[in-house]
Structure formats: structure tokens, C-alpha cells
Ligand binder design. Structure first.
Ligand code: 9MR
Length: 361
């Protein structure tokens, strides 16, 4: 036993010196995240069609049992003109999932961003009426949800409808033209098209008390009105500084008290502090070195460890945890001259230390 440990330690040091990710003793290299969490909830990932054909494809099959299209199922990519749908990317993701027995989360049917401009305008370039907009929303949702009926276990029906400021509803073309009605209607259309899919409202900053209250109020109102909604998606674009364990647990408790399922739909942990994954601090981009320092690594693994402890504690309420992107090779958080390292796999697609914290329970 002593000898074995010694051999392991020497091996680990050699691996570290060779720049290979650190990993603990007695790992089962055949196991992926989905296997460690088999008795808990599916573990998903947001993907692009290109990744599925490259090296990432193998990693996805090994580690995950749910996928979400990062962009391919959104309204503008899918429905660029009133009478034209572009299905190739979304269909290729569905085909990959079916070939590999992976579940698919649909994202999303109605959002203020990535909505095509034509949706809101008539042929003269004026805003359409509420009736016309709801009819177009119905056509879109019916077409998309029917095409994938029975193949998508959960749909983000409405995304990010609550405002970040002190107002209630986010100002968008949807709210400007229909008031709050587009929300309930979207759920009704989705339910009619695919009655078995679980239907979700999805949003970010759900651990901030003021925003959480507003989302709670929205969801309670929908439930009281008999709207077919099954769950709330907490995006989980977090950072090394937030959320706290307390706020995270409070969100899970509050939303579960409504009888809704909870899914963490877009998890990543930015190594920079700030809001929405740490891109902005006081409205300014922070000037920092684009380097994954040992301090960042430590802070990040502690945050990952904590949030997965909480997820396991609330396993009865949580029906899925999805990462937003596969590895640090590509993340939506890169940009503005700065690289981020928010995921469990490094740019060489190797598990980071944080990975071993997440599966060590
Ligand atoms: O990761 C997505 C990125 O590639 C797109 O450019 C962006 C467009 O706004 O959307 C990103 O995904 C978002 C998701 O659909 C909804 N929640 C926030 C995500 C990150 O912005």
C-alpha cells in the first residue's frame, strides 16, 4: 500500500512537471461526469455543430448525457426570413445526439436577443400589431417544437424576460408590442406543439435578491393563471466571487417552493470578478493579464466544489446541470482582448483540477 502510494505520488509529480493536469489517485478513466452523476441528474453541455465533428465530439460523448445547441436553435439562426427556415445546424445536432444516445435540451423559443428583425416589422417597415406578432410567434414555436416533438426533453420557452434594472419586464420588442402576454402565449404554443416536453423559463442573475424576487413573482403569476410551465432555468453564469452558498441555496429553495423543477442551464465560472461572468466591473472592462494563475485555479475549484455540493444536496429539486461550452479552448466569455478559463476542461481538453473536485464525493 505504502509502496503503491509512493509510486502514485512520484507519478503525479512527474505528470505535473510535464504540464499534464493534476489528478487524484484511483481514477477510473472510463468514467465521465455523466457517470459520476448518474444517480443525481443529467450533465449537459452547450455545443456548436462544428465541435461535434472535431476532437470535442469524443469528449462530449464520454462526459455528457445532455446537449444544448449554443446558438443553432435560436430564432434568428433558425428562422432568418418569414418564409424560410434554416434547419441544417439544428438537425445535425439532433442527429449527433440520437446517434450517441444523448438527451437534447431545446434553447430557446423566444428571446429579445437573436430574434430576427423581420419578426417585428410589416412590409412598410412599421411595427406589427400585437395580434400579428403573437401569430408569428405561434407559427415559429409550432413549427420548431413540432419538428423536434418527442426528441427534446426540455425547452427554454422564454429567455431573460425580466429586467436587470428596477423595472419588472425587460424592455424589448416583445414587451413593447404585446406587454407581458407574449410570455404566457409562448408557453401555451409550446405545450400545444409538444405536450410531453418540460417547459422552462430561463434567466441569469437568479441569485441576486432583487432579480430573484421579480422572477419568482413572474413564475407565480404564470402558475396561478394555469400557464403550462414546468421549470425554471437558472443560467449559472457565475464567477469566482459569486454566488455565495447562502444565496444559491435560497434561490433553489424559493423556486422549488413553487413546485417547479430546477435546471442549471448555462454553467460556467469566470476567473474574473464582476457581473454576468465577470466581463464588466463598474461598467468598465477590467485590464488584466490573460493568464490562468494558480490563484484563479484555486478560487475556481473552490467555487465549483461548493456549487456541486449544493447541487447534490438539492438533487430532488434539480433535474439537470448544463455547462455553457465544452472547454477553455472556446468559451463565449473570451473576447474584448481577454481570455477566460471558466470550464472544467482546459484548452487541451484535459480535465482541470476543478473537475476532480466536482467528481470527488
Ligand atoms: O454563447 C452564445 C453566444 O455564442 C452568442 O453570441 C450569444 C448571443 O447573445 O448568446 C450566447 O448564449 C447566451 C444564451 O443563449 C442565453 N444566456 C446568455 C448566453 C451567453 O450570452
Amino acid at each position: 500500500m505504502y509502496k503503491k502510494t509512493l509510486i502514485y505520488c512520484a507519478g503525479a509529480v512527474a505528470l505535473c512537471m510535464a504540464g499534464v493536469a493534476w489528478r487524484p489517485a484511483r481514477i477510473d478513466t472510463d468514467k465521465g461526469l455523466k457517470d459520476y452523476y448518474k444517480k443525481y441528474f443529467p450533465i449537459g453541455v452547450a455545443v456548436t455543430p462544428r465541435e461535434l465533428k472535431s476532437e470535442e465530439g469524443k469528449l462530449i460523448v464520454k462526459e455528457f448525457n445532455s446537449i444544448t445547441a449554443e446558438n443553432a436553435m435560436k430564432m434568428a439562426p433558425l428562422h432568418p426570413e418569414e418564409n424560410r427556415y434554416y434547419w441544417n445546424d439544428a438537425d445535425s445536432i439532433m442527429a449527433f445526439a440520437q446517434r450517441n444516445h444523448i438527451k437534447v435540451r431545446g434553447h430557446n423559443l423566444c428571446w429579445h436577443a437573436q430574434a430576427p428583425a423581420w419578426m417585428f416589422k410589416d412590409s412598410a417597415g412599421n411595427d406589427v400589431s400585437k395580434e400579428v406578432l403573437l401569430k408569428r410567434l405561434k407559427d415559429h414555436i409550432t413549427t420548431v417544437a413540432s419538428r423536434y416533438k418527442g426528441k427534446i426533453y426540455a425547452w427554454d420557452v422564454v429567455n431573460e424576460a425580466i429586467a436587470d434594472d428596477t423595472t419588472f419586464l425587460r424592455k424589448s420588442k416583445w414587451s413593447q408590442i404585446t406587454g407581458q402576454d407574449f410570455i404566457a402565449k409562448a408557453f401555451e404554443y409550446a405545450h400545444a406543439a409538444d405536450p410531453k416536453a418540460a417547459l422552462f423559463y430561463n434567466d441569469y442573475n437568479t441569485e441576486q435578491p432583487a432579480k430573484r424576487e421579480k422572477i419568482y413573482k413572474l413564475l407565480k403569476g404564470l402558475l396561478d393563471a394555469g400557464v403550462p410551465i414546468n421549470g425554471v432555468g437558472l443560467q449559472a453564469h457565475w464567477s469566482v466571487n459569486n454566488p455565495s452558498r447562502e444565496e444559491l441555496e435560497k434561490s433553489i429553495q424559493m423556486f422549488s417552493s413553487l413546485g417547479l423543477q430546477i435546471q442549471f442551464t448555462e454553467l460556467d465560472i469566470s476567473v474574473y470578478s464582476g457581473r454576468q461572468g465577470g466581463q464588466l466591473i463598474n461598467g468598465q472592462q477590467q485590464q488584466v493579464k490573460s493568464e490562468f494563475t494558480p490563484e484563479m485555479e484555486q478560487q475556481q475549484l473552490e467555487k465549483y466544489k461548493m456549487v456541486f455540493e449544493v447541487f447534490r444536496k438539492y438533487r430532488k429539486n434539480i433535474t439537470g446541470v448544463t455547462f455553457w461550452n465544452v472547454s477553455d479552448r472556446y468559451t463565449w466569455l473570451n473576447g474584448r482582448g481577454r481570455k477566460n478559463y471558466p470550464l472544467l476542461f482546459n484548452a487541451d481538453l484535459q480535465p482541470k483540477k476543478a473537475y476532480w473536485e466536482v467528481v470527488n464525493f
